[in-house]
Ligand binder design. Structure first.
Ligand SMILES: Nc1ncnc2c1ncn2[C@@H]1O[C@H](COP(=O)(O)OP(=O)(O)OP(=O)(O)O)[C@@H](O)[C@H]1O
Ligand SMILES: [Mg+2]
Length: 224
């Protein structure tokens, strides 16, 4: 049974407009590494919003681990928490994600929300800051960081929740070469650790280095 299953999804931002997703179906097995390709405006980010329960299709079904993900389900706080704990989402634009006063608080927000014991939360914050070499930025306001720094803080904050699925929207865009190499290695480690990865990207080298299964979003549907 696939971990993620979309059946005949139709989604429009408004009733007057042509739907962005038009009968889209796809399935993703647990532990798979999928690269989602597609032109600018094809609907990759829109699809990721649906997968994360931030938008809901007008028709079609979305099953996550055999449970249909609906607006009604995610209105229940316990169900929503369980779902979001399993699925981490790195937004294409990290500005949308960052709202804490310092980098340390930003990365610690998730572990604290999970109610982890203080020592474990601290260890996770430390580990995730180290992964991205963010120690020197720990007391800075995320708001004042550079674009590439923000992206790394947002990524660290996602990993601090230790989700089993990672949905990454252009994770390497705009990063310098050293950071890019570091993140490529990290993504390979996450893949080897059995995480399910879905990555929207225009980056051929990224797809190759992860040996990702490539899906293309075109005309509102997935083409293999
Ligand atoms: N909030 C919104 N309201 C109305 N239309 C939107 C909204 N967000 C996206 N769209 C439209 O939906 C379509 C798909 O956009 P989306 O952001 O999903 O594309 P994308 O494949 O992620 O593109 P890119 O490669 O540029 O990131 C575009 O035509 C866009 O104009
Ligand atoms: Mg996008």
């Amino acid at each position: 049974m696939p971990l993620i299953e979309l059946e005949n999804i139709r989604f429009a931002y408004s009733p007057e407009e042509q739907p962005v997703l038009r009968g889209l179906s796809m399935s993703v097995e647990a532990g798979a590494c999928v690269a989602l390709r597609g032109d600018n405006g094809a609907g990759k980010t829109t699809l990721f919003r649906i997968l994360n329960g931030l938008s809901f299709p007008q028709s079609g079904r979305y099953l996550f681990d055999d449970t249909e993900i609906t607006h009604g389900l995610l209105k229940k706080q316990r169900e929503a928490k369980r779902f979001h704990q399993r699925m981490g989402y790195l937004f294409q634009n990290p500005d949308v994600m960052l709202f804490n006063a310092t980098v340390r608080d930003e990365i610690g927000f998730g572990p604290r929300q999970l109610g982890l014991p203080a020592a474990e939360a601290e260890a996770r914050i430390r580990d995730c800051m180290a992964l991205f070499e963010l120690e020197l930025l720990a007391d800075k306001a995320p708001y004042h960081l550079s674009g590439g720094q923000k992206k790394q803080v947002a990524f660290a904050a996602v990993l601090a929740l230790n989700p089993e699925v990672l949905i990454l929207d252009e994770p390497l865009a705009g990063l310098d070469r050293k950071t890019r190499e570091r993140l490529l290695a990290l993504l390979a480690e996450l893949r080897a650790a059995g995480k399910t990865l879905l990555i929207a990207t225009h980056d051929d080298a990224l797809c190759q280095s992860l040996n990702a299964q490539i899906l293309t979003l075109e005309d509102g549907q997935i083409r293999e």
